[in-house]
Design a protein around this ligand. Structure first.
Ligand code: F6R
Length: 234
């Protein structure tokens, strides 16, 4: 893993932008994207840049089950707001949270990933070590699946909803196995609340209890941390 420690989230946005720019210079055609608070400064840098995505494909990690593209807390809506409305891609894929047929939706999304192999996958890190919505205990070989969110993830995401009862209980997520197929992975974490998960990801054993620890098995991982997130590294 190649680790960069930056001053704050704004500097992390600039560092993340550089990694996207390099990937595009090297011919990346498919970008794997994430939502949440972490990627926002990277998207701001991408939006402010003169990079052109109109010939590229994006594939998002995950979506809440039951939220449509017009719901302000859906990941479709987030991506539209932070990136796609400013920088349209030739095609953008996000799991369809309104497809109640989980078997059909997860199969459809695995086919999308197979047809559009990801060149650079951006990830945030959950406080419990999750990547995508792959919670502790997820099979490391997993492909796209329907996930029951843990209490800790529901609580962490409640800040985006009026109250915790409004947070969806399920999501569709790329699996750990799907994520590890990306040619290059960029994982970003900020803040002291992520420090234990960061240390476990980088220096702990590779274990299903810390889904992000499987990134130790990938050959091309870039890590961007602020000082607080890096504070538990030995
Ligand atoms: C989002 C995602 C999640 C988040 C993670 C961190 O698409 O898959 O794994 O990256 O929960 O979220 P933030 O960035 O809000 O701390």
């Amino acid at each position: 893993m190649n680790i960069q420690i930056v001053k704050d989230q704004a500097a992390g946005g600039r560092a993340g932008f550089q990694i996207f720019q390099q990937a595009l210079q090297q011919g990346a055609k498919v970008l794997g994207l994430a939502t949440g608070s972490t990627p926002v400064t990277i998207y701001d840098e991408l939006v402010a840049s003169d990079l052109d995505f109109s010939h590229l494909t994006s594939v998002n990690l995950d979506e809440y089950v039951g939220l449509g593209a017009d719901h302000p807390e859906s990941y479709h809506y987030f991506m539209q707001q932070h990136l796609f409305s400013h920088k349209p891609f030739a095609q953008s894929f996000v799991p369809d949270g309104m497809n109640a047929d989980a078997a059909a939706e997860t199969k459809r999304y695995d086919d999308v990933i197979a047809q559009h192999p990801v060149d650079l996958q951006l990830l945030g890190l959950g406080q419990n070590g999750h990547i995508g919505f792959n919670e502790p205990g997820t099979d490391p070989a997993s492909t796209t699946h329907k996930v029951a969110l843990t209490a800790s993830t529901i609580e962490a995401n409640a800040r985006f909803f009026d109250n915790a009862n409004d947070v969806p209980r399920y999501a569709y997520s790329m699996g750990i196995g799907s994520i590890l197929q990306a040619k290059e992975i960029l994982i970003v974490a900020y803040g002291a609340a992520k420090a234990d998960a960061v240390a476990a990801m980088i220096q702990g054993p590779v274990t299903p209890e810390v889904p992000a620890s499987y990134l130790q098995t990938h050959q091309n991982v870039q890590v961007i941390l602020d000082e607080a997130a890096a504070s538990q590294l030995a």
